[in-house]
Unconditional design. Sequence first.
Length: 264
Amino acid sequence: MTQTRYDKPAGSHAPRPVALILGASSGIGREFARRYAREGFDVILVARSRDALAELALEISETHTVEAQVRVADLSRRDDVSSIAAVIDSLPRLDHMVFSAGSAPEGDLTRSDPVSLRSMVDLNITALTLLGRAAVIRMRRSGRGTIINIASVAGYQPTPYLAAYGASKSYVRTFSEALYEENRRHGVRVIAVSPGDTDTPMNPGAARGKRQPEDVVDTAWRALSGRAPAVIDGARNRALAGLARLLPTRATLLIAERMFRSQA
């Protein structure tokens, strides 16, 4: 793991809130970084792509009077997760953390690459859990803080041909909801945000009704003032998730199998 700092302009000495963005190099994570900078947060940007992070950090530091730090790390790797956990513990302050890193291998499980599956579990579940633990410990010391975990509407029902990914995102949601209840009395706000079909590098291509990363960030930002432990981005996605909860599991499986059969 390496670090680069992009300083705020000279003459700006007031302490600022700090947001740690995991998976900041593209998509939803990148838009969270821009939003936090616009709201006056110093940001710490974490992802694998040094060039993408450096470009974003430079953009943020030049556009807003904030500081942007870059830390290159692969959160599917145990050593890099441990390094970021140590960073969290050592920060002078940590006000918000967003876990937006993730991977989504798709298709029939029998044809999935075992290495990719293990990497997905290590990233979507293990890294999120360990870094969530580190953030909660750090934030409890301050008596305040916010954790935003990016889940998915795929986590609201079993999803054939996205079986492992959907299950991992179900974990993200229920883990976040449990953390929400554990930490309310400690002043720490935890929320899971579940996008649906969103225009990101992980989900490219045109589609009817596809949401934008900015929409997901706006949904998360509005939800922070409420008390819900989880929120779904977009009215259509909320309706689909609600329907999945009302229908018998067998019916939702049949519908989902037809929807995702092309990805088998």
